[in-house]
Design a protein around this ligand. Structure first.
Ligand SMILES: Nc1ncnc2c1ncn2[C@@H]1O[C@H](COP(=O)(O)OP(=O)(O)OP(=O)(O)O)[C@@H](O)[C@H]1O
Length: 538
């Protein structure tokens, strides 16, 4: 399959009345903290407009105001296709006006089916019996999925059984179904973060199709390469204020964008120094790991070594973290740690933790953290629940808990640095630091991470990469499953590339992100996800 062609020059439907979305004088105050100050921006007909900013700069807050989750301060104004919305935004009114949103955590109901999730809130009763007409609902759902291009997601699958990228497709389908071609704006609040490479290609194709009709897209993202490749204009938020509004992306580089976001140069991360070949110690041995998508996977990790696993989505690498930490059931295989051998079939998460394995999973909102608990409670959670050999629960003393949280807040530069801050009220990047702190604090022998820098800004990414490297320098074995070639190149001493459930290639020594992508695709022509459109915005 060849790479995506650039967006074909399309006739953009002009908007004689002005922008699709205009935001003016929007401010938002929580208690005494003003997190958005006098924000003004516009999104034009037929453009892909990127909104970027550091973690905590206020991007999600703006998205939540646009969908009515938050009430902005008095004086704020929002118009869609020239029509002012009443504030706070009523979700049904904003939907009717043409605002569609795909939220960061996708907002799906895990136990409901794909069809139920897509049609939620839109079910229609049959004319006579007033019962849901499932046949009509299925037809409506199939029609939406067809608009998104070829997908093989069964409508009766439970969402919890889907891969992360399939979940994203369901959330996008749910949002776009009400969008009339050539009207309104679709807002993607970090919704591409869980998409694998092929899904990203489909996503960009879909986006091109949507904006070609004249509908606008607002892409809230941390992926600066996505801005360079996909966006027409960019708006930058810093500490709740707009520092750049609607600048043309043409000719800009990732480092130009990073500079605008942070207001300073980002210090480059130093290159990793591969663990010396003379070091023959082995910390972790995995033998013959087999699971639903993984075949006879064997691996040796030396103390201090960071090994990456990657591949196309569905290749098996993304299941390895869960199979070796007892979260998913393995069909067979053993793992040998300094404490002794562990059978992987039947391994429970609790015994994996006791054996010194810590898993930092993907999807922090649903899998790794408790949003209603504080930073301290989240960090100390695995330790407050430890049981002694005799089965007695040993509570962590409150002084020790406070100290533990204070240490990790400082080490990982968690902002705001408040032990009692509730996780749900923190930005995504800082939640990710808390998730990493929670598992590093267990002092693991083997640290396993899945997409550890997903949806975090360049500054937080640096902190996280340094913390993981620091963990390796302390002698831990580290395994990283990732679809982000930049992250893998920064973190790993070697990278194993999966194909059809087994390792097809191994990269060692010096390698670049380009080498990783090339190995995944074999075909070197597909290294760029999407050529940026050269078409200006009318
Ligand atoms: N309900 C709330 N109560 C108090 N503070 C909040 C609440 N929601 C957000 N904040 C604060 O508002 C600021 C902006 O957060 P927001 O989530 O909008 O940032 P963001 O730019 O989307 O970050 P990220 O990229 O990490 O998701 C943060 O300091 C956050 O702690």
């Amino acid at each position: 399959m060849s790479g995506l062609a650039g967006r074909a020059p399309t006739e953009r439907t002009g908007s004689p009345q002005g922008p699709r979305l205009a935001v003016e004088g929007v401010s938002m105050t929580f208690g005494s903290a003003t997190v958005l100050r006098d924000v003004a921006m516009d999104v034009r007909a037929g453009e892909i407009h990127a909104l970027i900013g550091q973690n905590g700069s206020g991007k999600s807050t703006l998205a939540k105001i646009l969908t009515g989750l938050y009430r902005p301060d008095a004086g704020s104004r929002i118009t869609v296709d020239g029509i002012g919305l009443r504030l706070p935004v009523r979700p049904d009114e904003s939907r009717a006006a043409g605002v569609a949103v795909v939220h960061q955590n996708l907002g799906l109901v895990p136990d409901a089916t794909v069809l139920e999730n897509t049609r939620l809130g839109r079910f229609k009763g049959s004319r006579f019996l007033r019962r849901i007409d499932w046949k009509a609902e299925a037809e409506a759902t199939r029609a939406v999925f067809q608009r998104l291009g070829p997908h093989r997601i069964p409508l009766d699958s439970k969402v919890s059984d889907l891969h992360e990228d399939e979940k994203a497709v369901v959330a996008i389908a749910r949002a776009v179904q009400d969008l009339e071609d050539g009207r309104g704006v679709i807002i993607f609040d970090e919704s591409t973060r869980a998409l694998g490479r092929e899904s990203l290609e489909r996503f960009y194709t879909l986006l091109d199709r949507i904006v070609a009709t004249g509908t606008a897209a607002l892409l809230i993202t941390h992926r600066l390469e996505e801005v360079v490749e996909a966006a027409d204009r960019v708006t930058v938020l810093r500490d709740g204020e707009i520092v750049v509004a609607g600048k043309d992306v043409e000719g800009m580089t990732k480092s130009d964008l990073a500079h605008l976001m942070l207001g300073r140069e980002v210090e480059g991360l130093e290159h990793r120094t591969a663990v010396g070949a003379a070091n023959d110690d082995v910390s972790v041995v995995v033998d013959g790991l087999t699971g639903p998508t993984v075949r006879e996977f064997s691996l040796r990790i030396r103390p201090g070594e960071v090994v990456g696993v990657t591949g196309l989505s569905g290749a098996g690498h993304e299941d390895v973290p869960y199979l070796i930490s007892g979260v998913s059931e393995a069909d067979g295989g053993t793992m040998t740690l300094p404490t002794g051998p562990v059978a992987l079939k039947g391994l429970s998460p609790a015994s994996a933790i006791r054996s010194g394995i810590a898993l930092v999973p993907e999807g922090r909102e649903s899998a790794g953290l408790v949003g209603a608990m504080t930073v301290t409670e989240n960090i100390s959670f695995p330790q407050t629940c430890t049981a002694t050999a005799s089965g007695r629960v040993r509570p962590l003393r409150s002084g020790a808990e406070k100290q533990l949280a204070a240490d990790w807040i400082e080490r990982l530069d968690v902002r705001p640095p408040w032990p009692h801050a509730v996780l749900d009220n923190m930005s995504g990047g800082n939640q990710q630091k808390v998730l990493l702190a929670k598992w590093l604090a267990t002092d693991p022998t083997l640290l396993v991470l899945h997409e550890p820098t997903q949806a975090v800004d360049v500054g937080a990414r640096k902190t996280i990469v340094e913390a993981v490297r620091g963990a390796a320098r302390e002698g831990r074995a580290v395994l990283v499953a990732s679809s982000d070639e930049n992250e893998l190149a920064l973190l790993c001493d070697r990278v194993l590339v999966f194909s059809n459930g087994a390792v097809g290639r191994e990269l060692t020594g010096e390698f670049t992100p380009h080498d990783i992508v090339e190995s995944i695709y074999t075909d070197s022509s597909r290294t760029k996800l999407r050529e940026r459109s050269t078409q200006g915005v009318s």
